[in-house]
Design a protein around this ligand. Structure first.
Ligand code: HEC
Ligand code: HEC
Ligand code: HEC
Length: 438
């Protein structure tokens, strides 16, 4: 009897210990799964692109951002208790990320894209919090003070700004749309904050629309001297001619037969969209393909014309800019304006070339672009910087030439426009800039 008791007790103990171990293991696995989910959300929201600097510690802040009021610096969001957000509870973190209110109650400038992040789900915020608290290494790096002059640096008016311009609501799925469409809308409007660059801003620097209910939404906008192109189905300067597959490829690799990602879009592909699952990127493309384009007024749909090619092949350089194109650009972009495969983008029919605003073209010709790095491999071909080779007149002429060659039709560019962008910008670095998340 006694022996049996001992034996069964022993067995019981082993079973209990085993189930405790199993439970602990399951909790650990649950924890790990939540952290992995948080890391994925951090990719989708591209927190790293703003909260890190090249060669700096991951998420330690310090990136200078220009706002209409003056420059500000991103903050340390590592879990260091003093320098970072180690003292934030989940509720504090949620208030900062979705509502733009820091733990001490001060309002954040909307350079932090909380007007988009407010749409994120509670589940995604929870996962993000676990990731930041448990998987991001703490860094002791003090925050830098903003350079906004007094009294403009008062933060309380931001509370009013929020009431006027931010929809304080999570994303609500549209019952008449598919689950895939809703997932795409959620990613584009919420974590992806595509509108922070692609939606035009009003006089109070507010995005003019936060979803597809308004035709201004992601219809193209200027930020930091780069024109983030129209992402609606406009046939010329938007994505109307792109297939669903073209958009997927662009977000996964930065390269399509229509153009190569450049300017600030390189940060997005390098640090965010290439890491998203095929299903998520496809959902984003499905959502984007559903947005009707507001074709620019009086614009005729772009159609290829070989007249420019014929002139160049005959060495007829009477058109201003033709000679510069022949000598400096033709080797890569080809005399037919079609580039080579995915690697050297076409200028014929390129959405950036057809947009009314030429700032992006001027900027890339002066300064070149950052390196795309997809799957860890830097791209092979670069757009060179012509800043020291070509003067303002030559840049204006060659940009005007490509905006009106091969069927393209877009307004001419003046040397004064080039001079302005030359003064405000600098060479794009040729370094590989892929930000660390650990
Ligand atoms: C487009 C740039 C940008 C992106 C993307 C961005 N942030 Fe920020 N964030 C900022 C700026 C700028 C500030 C500081 C604003 C200020 O000082 O008013 C900030 C502030 C914060 C703060 C407040 C920190 C403090 O010191 O109190 C938190 C928390 C934060 N961000 C978390 C995140 C997380 C998490 C993500 C990704 C989901 C993210 N941010 C993405 C620009 C960005
Ligand atoms: C050595 C090859 C090379 C030469 C020469 C060159 N480009 Fe480029 N260009 C590129 C590459 C590659 C890109 C794609 C962006 C990147 O990856 O840097 C590009 C991008 C562009 C773009 C943006 C289009 C897009 O979809 O990315 C424009 C506009 C452009 N080049 C104009 C010019 C002009 C004008 C000249 C001559 C003054 C020129 N390029 C000379 C290689 C070249
Ligand atoms: C930091 C600013 C910024 C953000 C955020 C941003 N974009 Fe862009 N995007 C740009 C700029 C600038 C261009 C124009 C240069 C170019 O064509 O690559 C662009 C171009 C594009 C293009 C055309 C690429 C090509 O090869 O011509 C697509 C597609 C695109 N963006 C989709 C998105 C989506 C989807 C999101 C949200 C997940 C997003 N962008 C977020 C700045 C941004």
């Amino acid at each position: 009897m006694g022996r049996r008791f001992i034996r069964s007790f022993g067995a019981q103990a082993i079973i209990t210990a085993a189930s405790l171990l199993l439970a602990a293991g399951a909790a650990h696995a649950q924890d790990a799964a939540l952290i992995a989910k948080g890391e994925y959300v951090a990719r989708a929201a591209n927190c790293v692109a703003c909260h890190s600097v090249p060669d700096g510690k991951a998420f330690a802040g310090g990136l200078k951002m220009a706002t209409p009021l003056g420059n500000i610096y991103t903050t340390n969001i590592t879990p260091d208790p003093e320098a970072g957000i180690g003292g934030y509870t989940l509720e504090d973190f949620d208030a900062a990320v979705r509502l733009g209110v820091a733990k001490d109650g001060h309002r954040l400038y909307p350079a932090m894209p909380y007007p988009s992040y407010v749409k994120m789900s509670g589940e995604d915020i929870k996962a993000l919090y676990e990731y930041f608290m448990k998987a991001v290494p703490a860094a002791k790096q003090a925050n830098l003070a903003s350079e906004i002059p007094s009294p403009l640096n008062m933060r309380w008016p931001l509370a009013i700004w929020n009431v006027l311009f931010v929809d304080m609501d999570q994303y609500e799925p549209k019952p008449n749309q598919s689950a895939e469409w809703n997932r795409g809308a959620y990613l584009v409007q919420g974590p992806g904050h595509c509108g922070a660059c692609h939606t035009p801003r009003g006089i109070f620097w507010q995005e003019k629309a936060l979803d597809e209910g308004d035709s201004d939404y992601i219809s193209g906008a200027m930020l930091d001297h780069w024109l983030a192109v129209n992402l609606t189905q406009d046939g010329n300067s938007g994505l109307g001619r792109w297939s669903h597959g073209d958009i997927v490829r662009s977000l996964k690799t930065g390269q399509t037969p229509f153009g190569t990602a450049f300017g600030t879009m390189v940060d997005v592909v390098n640090n965010s969209t290439q890491f998203l699952s095929d299903a998520d990127v496809a959902a984003m493309a499905t959502y984007l393909k559903s947005l009707p384009g507001a074709m620019e007024k009086n614009a005729t749909p772009w159609a290829y014309s070989s007249a420019t090619t014929d002139l160049i092949r005959k060495h007829d350089f009477t058109a201003p800019g033709a000679k510069v194109f022949f000598q400096q650009c033709r080797a890569c972009h080809v005399d037919d304006g079609k580039g080579y495969g995915d690697y050297l983008p076409p200028l014929a029919g390129n959405p950036a070339a057809l947009a009314q605003d030429a700032s992006s073209l001027i900027n890339i010709v002066l300064n070149g672009s950052l390196r795309l790095v997809v799957g860890g491999t830097p791209d092979g071909y670069r757009m060179p910087a012509f800043r020291s080779l070509l003067n303002d007149q030559q840049v204006a002429e060659v940009v005007t030439f490509i905006r009106n060659g091969w069927g393209n039709k877009a307004p001419a560019v003046t040397p004064a426009q080039v001079a302005e962008i030359r003064d405000a910008t600098d060479f794009a670095t040729d370094k590989v800039v892929v930000l660390k998340m650990k």
